[in-house]
Ligand binder design. Structure first.
Ligand code: HEM
Length: 444
């Protein structure tokens, strides 16, 4: 199952129907759900009954005990409330220019005339976006150190991951390296937090960290340094590789569908010229990509009391798992579900229980608006600045990487030539950020 997770679960769905139980070592009993009506009960259910934090608890060794991802009940509600501001539509709109500049600088260094995996390039772009817009880092030495340590923490091997699920292991020799890296990342994050607290311009800054430092609940309580550290680590981990993988899948799908690719290039040029229809088609590509290749295949909730669901009486302790990928592959919901067809998303009203790449309910992805904006902007830059070569190669398989599903070969693409967008970037709106490509085409 660990190796062939989506295929295994899809096979179970075919054999046993829309609800079935898996008993998995380390995780316990998991009841998969793929009927939207049953999933609705979970997402709309009482947060005290359906514990998502507990389902994510194996990540607390890295994210920290205060992370919004691993807590439940009132603590979760209060923490999440303090974190909403940077992820509102308006706050995200203020960051799109930075996203575009970072993407443009990276694309300038892409190889021409040979096949390369695009996932690592996307990872670099989305990491830089988070470092600049969420952490708000600008000190060159600290940025360089964060660029170095964060990918190492996010690309831990299965063996190293054991020390995240059982943090005591970090005191033992084979895992001490993990402890060192976490400590190094912590030092950098605490330095950013200290800088922000001391910044006389704090009130006018628009990076997420500045907003989190300012955020106060109704009693005026603000987050402590260690709470802020845990939330920053959470945003880095939850927001970086997920978005990069969504983007890699989008390009993998587009290059294998030449007619859609041609339409996407036109939409990107229109978007760059300020035409909302261009934006809409780019959004449709992102939505369809996340439908057909969901980065997160399922989400979990641990039951705190017995519930009746899908015709079964499930005891406390069981994990119910709305099967995102199962719902998205259902032909009754998406006719010809295996076909990549962004047009089906244009003008469509998506229901939260049939299009759920960001999970749902009170735990729905905090960064969904941010991720969708980033996907649109980065896709636009790629499509306006490169000529992508369509390929007749077969689609890449989904490979399990920790909790996400990446393209098996990293999303192989080829760029025929680099080009300039038809509309000059200077005419677009938003805040500029200084990003210049260095001699490797990397953002400095
Ligand atoms: C395409 C990109 C992304 C995908 C597919 C994705 C998907 C998800 C999913 C499935 C969940 C769990 C939802 C649930 O349990 O119902 C989640 C939670 C979360 N995501 Fe994302 N995510 C993405 C990008 C981001 C970004 C860019 C950020 C922030 C910068 C972010 C921050 C979070 C946080 C903080 C949570 C925890 C929410 C909570 O427990 O209240 N994500 N995401």
């Amino acid at each position: 199952m660990w190796r062939y997770w989506p295929r295994y679960v899809a096979a179970c769905r075919r054999r046993y129907g829309s609800v079935f139980t898996l008993r998995v070592s380390q995780l316990g009993t998991i009841v998969y759900l793929s009927d939207p009506a049953e999933i609705k009960k979970v997402f709309a259910g009482d947060a005290a009954t359906y514990h998502a934090g507990e389902a994510n608890s194996m990540l607390s060794g890295l994210l920290g005990p205060a992370s919004v991802l691993v807590v439940d009940d009132d603590v979760h509600r209060d923490r999440r409330r303090l974190m909403l501001e940077p992820f509102t539509r308006d706050a995200v709109a203020r960051q799109t220019r930075i996203m575009a500049d970072i993407a443009a600088a990276d694309i300038a260094g892409w190889p021409v005339g040979k096949t390369f995996p695009v996932a690592p390039r996307m990872s670099k772009i989305t990491l830089e976006v988070i470092l600049r817009t969420v952490i708000g880092a600008s000190d060159p030495a600290r940025l360089a150190a964060l660029r170095d340590v964060m990918p190492k923490l996010l690309n831990l091997s299965a063996f190293q991951l054991l020390s995240i699920t059982s943090p005591d292991l970090q005191n033992r020799l084979p895992w001490r390296g993990v402890r060192r890296r976490i400590a190094q990342a912590d030092r950098l994050l605490y330095a950013e937090i200290a800088d922000r607290r001391a910044d006389p311009e704090l009130a006018s800054r628009c990076d997420a960290l500045a907003m989190l430092v300012r955020a106060a609940d109704q009693d005026g309580r603000t987050m402590t340094d260690s709470e802020l550290r845990d939330q920053l680590m959470t945003l880095l981990v939850a927001g970086h590789d997920t978005t990069a993988t969504g983007l890699a899948w989008a390009l993998e799908r587009l290059t294998r569908h030449p007619a859609v690719l041609a339409k996407a290039v036109e939409a990107a040029e229109a978007s760059a010229a300020g035409d909302p229809q261009g934006d809409e088609y780019l959004d449709a590509i992102a939505k369809e990509t996340l439908r057909i290749r969901p980065v997160v295949f399922d989400v979990g909730r641990v039951l705190k009391r017995a519930v009746d669901i899908a015709g079964y009486h499930l005891p406390a302790g069981v994990m119910v798992a709305p099967g995102v990928g199962l719902v998205h592959a259902d032909d009754r919901i998406y006719p010809d579900a295996d076909r990549f067809d962004p047009d089906r998303m244009v003008g469509a009203t998506l229901s939260p229980t049939t299009w759920l790449p960001f999970g749902g309910g009170a735990r729905r992805c905090l960064g969904a608006t941010f991720a969708m904006a980033e996907m649109r902007v980065v896709l636009r830059e790629v499509l306006c600045r490169t000529e992508l070569v369509p390929t007749a190669a077969g689609g890449e398989r989904q490979r399990v990487k920790h909790v996400i599903l990446t393209p098996d070969r990293g999303g192989l693409i080829e760029v025929a030539r680099l080009r300039e967008p038809r509309t000059s970037p200077e005419s677009r709106t938003g805040t500029r950020v200084a990003v210049a490509p260095d001699h490797h085409g990397e953002v400095v």
